[in-house]
Design a protein around this ligand. Structure first.
Ligand SMILES: Nc1ncnc2c1ncn2[C@@H]1O[C@H](COP(=O)(O)OP(=O)(O)O)[C@@H](O)[C@H]1O
Ligand SMILES: [Mg+2]
Length: 146
């Protein structure tokens, strides 16, 4: 378990970027934290670290967005796609299963990240990384990664 304190949004972005660079493909990240905690900010960094070139926004109105990962010469990663899910409006994992997410979970070419993961914890895949973000003060966040 890692516990990291970030003091501004750039530090959270950079932490995400580092996580993204460490991915090899097949990872599933499950994020929890209140509105404004920084889940999307962390995942914008993660996407950048993976090699996503387009802008990553909160997918609240779409539930699920898929981004292409640009090939990086030095990268050993198999990941070709970043799947960003916002489970805020969902009631259980069944809602995600019907969208076909298990295909993403099982693919070594996909990195998946879920905001509001507590809503769909019934379908947490084995080996998923759990990330909890807590707001400690205006710009201070405590980020726990398991
Ligand atoms: N240390 C920090 N880490 C991340 N975001 C921060 C931090 N300090 C302030 N913020 C602000 O908090 C907000 C986080 O928003 P967002 O990432 O969309 O949260 P969430 O997806 O959890 O609702 C942004 O407005 C950002 O500027
Ligand atoms: Mg968000």
């Amino acid at each position: 378990m890692d516990k990291i304190i970030t003091k501004n949004e750039l530090a959270t972005f950079k932490l995400g970027e580092k996580l993204g660079r460490q991915c090899v493909g097949g990872e599933v990240f499950m994020l929890s934290g209140d509105l404004g905690a920084g889940k999307t900010k962390l995942l914008q960094g993660l996407a950048a670290g993976l090699g996503v070139k387009s802008k990553v926004n909160s997918p609240t109105f779409n539930i699920l967005k898929v981004y292409r990962i640009a090939g990086q010469k030095k990268s050993k990663s198999h990941a070709k796609v970043f799947c960003h899910i916002d489970a805020y409006r969902l009631n259980s994992g069944a809602d995600l299963v019907s969208l076909g997410v298990q295909e993403y979970f099982n693919s070594s070419e996909t990195v998946t990240a879920i905001e509001w993961a507590e809503k769909v914890k019934d379908i947490k895949p084995k080996g998923a990384r759990i990330i909890k973000i807590k707001s400690r003060a205006e710009d201070i966040r405590e980020i726990i990664i398991k």
